[in-house]
Write a protein that binds this ligand. Sequence first.
Ligand code: BEZ
Length: 211
Amino acid sequence: MGLRLGDAAPNFTAKTSQGEITFYDYLGDSWGVLFSHPGDYTPVCTTELGRTAALKDEFAKRNVKVLALSVDSVESHDGWIKDINETQGVEVNFPIIADPDRKVSEAYDMIHPNASVNATVRSLFIIAPDKTVKLIITYPASTGRNFVEILRVIDSLQLTANYGVATPADWKDGEDVVVVPATKTEDIPAKFPKGFTLVKPYLRITPQPNK
Ligand code: BEZ
């Protein structure tokens, strides 16, 4: 059985392009994004890792540490990073895990044998500071992920963690949010002084609290 939302993210120690890392120590009190790609020196992955590097300040602003992974070696990662930097106009600034023995890939169920017997698919996990898994997505090898969407989910998760609100369909940072069902309507004015609109007893809209 693979990981599910709310599970503890498996801890591990692994070689990476930035030296040996113990996952929990690396994360510390930060949020984490751990994502796998099918292999080094592949075109879609090159763009994904470039995009992640370009979004460095966006991840830092949200207190998020990023790690990538493939089953290739550190030596392979090191050579490929030079290509990513050259072709994507970035400095890869996060570790890429080398997982040739598939220890991490198997712990996170990143190998889907019916898609590829030996390569990790495009899995991505968002991990909260308490080390629980908050989001799992899996994309096919041929589709690069949308990292703006990953940032959007992190914004939503952090709003839920800090303010007890949830975010509606297609929500973007700065737009109205919804009060979680656990909050009674009579308690809303004290918690959300910007006001709220009662659309239905179960649908209460309020301005984004931290804007
Ligand atoms: C890639 O990583 O670029 C890729 C992998 C498999 C199929 C197509 C693209």
